[in-house]
Design a protein around this ligand. Structure first.
Ligand code: 5GP
Length: 131
């Protein structure tokens, strides 16, 4: 059965898309830990990120870098932090999280619950900076 992220990539489940290329897809996390929290996902279904082959993993990071620059331009923050968890959705993904302090990237503190309108506004701002 397709993962929830494959269904998002296929357009069966709505998302707030940031960018895509032939291999990768970026969209806002529905329950962000910080405003602008974005997920970068390979279109090919792989559960564990470190099962991705070296070249594809490099390309995934290069794609994430472009997304991170767009986030940094759109969201007031010091840096974009990067983390990999993967305990909830068995489809490899990188979390890109705007942060000003360490706790901004801490998942244990609980998540935000933005409205669709808020997510839509944030996504629009980030998309504008994606090159
Ligand atoms: P992880 O697998 O890294 O532990 O967490 C998966 C992440 O995916 C969580 O931060 C969660 O909020 C996000 N997520 C789960 N289901 C959906 C969904 O249907 N849409 C979006 N946009 N994000 C999701």
């Amino acid at each position: 059965m397709a993962t929830i992220f494959s269904r998002i990539i296929a357009g069966e489940i709505p998302c707030h898309k940031i960018a895509e290329n032939e291999e990768f897809f970026a969209f806002l996390d529905i329950n962000p830990v910080a405003v602008g929290h974005t997920l970068v996902v390979p279109k090919q279904e792989v559960d564990y990120i470190f099962d991705i082959d070296d070249d594809a993993l490099g390309r995934m990071m290069a794609f994430a870098k472009r997304v991170a620059h767009a986030q940094k331009a759109a969201i007031p923050c010091k840096r974009i932090g990067l983390t990999v968890i993967g305990l909830e959705v068995p489809h490899a993904h990188i979390h890109l999280i705007p942060m000003t302090k360490e706790s901004d990237i801490y998942f244990g503190k609980g998540k935000l619950n933005p409205s669709q309108e808020e997510l839509s506004e944030v996504a629009e701002k980030i998309r504008k900076g994606y090159k």
